[in-house]
Write a protein of this length. Structure first.
Length: 150
């Protein structure tokens, strides 16, 4: 049996009240200038880290291309063949040995750049970790500092 109230069955109202959740309690936390500076620093560092990771990926692809070129060069049988090597916008022909040395030199330079970028990423991750601890300590669940995986 159902008692009608406001066009609904009283039993339905009880069920609806049980399933509808009220707003999640959000604490009002005063954001100071220093807190805002930390949040801004976190955002800048996160953005910079994303840029550095993209740059590292691009350099690793270039490094793989250099390695592939070096491997292909080793397979050549003709030592007298001149190999075109791009320097800037121009191709200059070199012997196989000279070209191999230039490829090795370019690979070493690129590996050093990648190591430098990875060190920068590591330093930024340390700063972000420290900022996360400080900001979560003050704001708790009221702040989201996790990267979106979309």
């Amino acid at each position: 049996m159902c008692v009608q109230r406001r066009g609904h069955c009283a039993v339905e109202e009880v069920k609806m009240a049980a399933t509808v959740k009220g707003p999640v309690a959000v604490e009002d936390v005063n954001v100071t200038f220093e807190d805002q500076q930390k949040i801004n620093k976190f955002a800048r560092n996160t953005s910079r880290m994303t840029e550095l990771k993209s740059e590292i990926e691009a350099k690793k692809k270039s490094l793989q291309n250099l390695q592939d070129a070096s491997d292909d060069l080793m397979m050549l049988d003709d030592d007298l063949l001149l190999i075109p090597y791009q320097i800037g916008d121009v191709f200059i022909s070199h012997t196989q040995e000279e070209t191999q040395e230039m490829l090795e030199s370019a690979k070493e330079a690129l590996e050093q750049e990648v190591r430098g970028l990875e060190e920068q990423v590591s330093a930024i991750q340390q700063v972000l970790g420290d900022l996360k601890v400080q900001l979560y300590a003050k704001f708790g669940n009221n702040i989201n500092l996790e990267a979106d995986e979309s």
